[in-house]
Design a binder for this molecule. Structure first.
Ligand code: SAM
Length: 217
């Protein structure tokens, strides 16, 4: 079956906005700084990285989080699995990532354009699982040491933050594993607590007062 591609509009000519979800893919202020603050620092990275470390992500989008991670991994293999229902067209991905000249996107874009969904990127072993995460995550055989929960906002993309899906995130987390997300929405935090995480609130990026992070007991 043909993938259902992402449908985009562009804000200021450079920030991709999903017309399906009516939400931007990354912070209008600085996508890369937000990624570093929320997903990397929020999961204790790069300090916790070691060969064999496993990262998983809900919402692959432009691949920005992947590239920001590739930039801090020095010793591999580190495994990066991401779940995405609406993959971006390669030209859109290239246009989105052009906003971050400090990241080298060429290898990712080349792999994406040839249709690869499992590929190496420096020390990372990447696996993009295409499909609705509500179906694909329960079937996933892996476990993550760190989760990036990066759906569109819970108000606009509630299916990626449901109690059932957060339970699946918990079930696919190694002991001592962590999650980080930009949202501090109460129902998401409660679902993640119920999934077994000790959830804390910490300062968010930019105009967002709070973000959430947690450790699996
Ligand atoms: C905020 S964007 C992710 C940004 C991305 N992490 C990046 O680095 O560019 C949210 C992503 O979640 C995806 N998504 C939304 N609902 C989904 C679902 N039910 N299953 C899997 N992916 C979904 C969207 O297509 C979109 O790519």
């Amino acid at each position: 079956m043909q993938d259902q591609l992402a449908e985009l509009a562009w804000r200021e000519g450079r920030i991709p906005v999903s017309t399906r979800f009516d939400d931007p893919y990354f912070s209008l202020q600085s996508g890369l700084e937000e990624t570093r603050h929320v997903f990397l620092s929020g999961n204790g990275l790069p300090e916790r990285l070691r060969p064999g470390f496993r990262i998983a992500e809900l919402g692959f989008g432009t691949g920005l989080n992947l590239l920001a991670t590739a930039a801090i991994v020095t010793e591999g293999p580190v495994f990066y699995t991401s779940f995405e229902a609406f993959p971006m067209a390669p030209d859109d991905m290239a246009r989105a990532l052009a906003a971050f000249p400090e990241l080298d996107a060429s290898e990712l874009i080349a792999a994406w354009a040839r249709g690869a969904r499992q590929f190496s990127l420096g020390a990372l072993e990447v696996d993009i699982i295409v499909g609705d995460a509500r179906q694909t995550l329960p079937e996933w055989q892996g476990r993550a040491d760190a989760w990036y929960l990066d759906g569109f906002s819970p108000a606009k993309n509630p299916e990626l933050w449901s109690e059932a899906l957060m339970a699946q995130v918990g079930a696919h987390t190694a002991a001592g594993g962590t999650f980080a997300t930009y949202t501090a929405a109460g129902h998401v935090r409660r679902a993640l607590s119920q999934a077994g995480f000790a959830v804390t609130r910490s300062p968010g990026y930019g105009r967002k007062r709070h973000m959430s992070r947690g450790v699996m007991a």
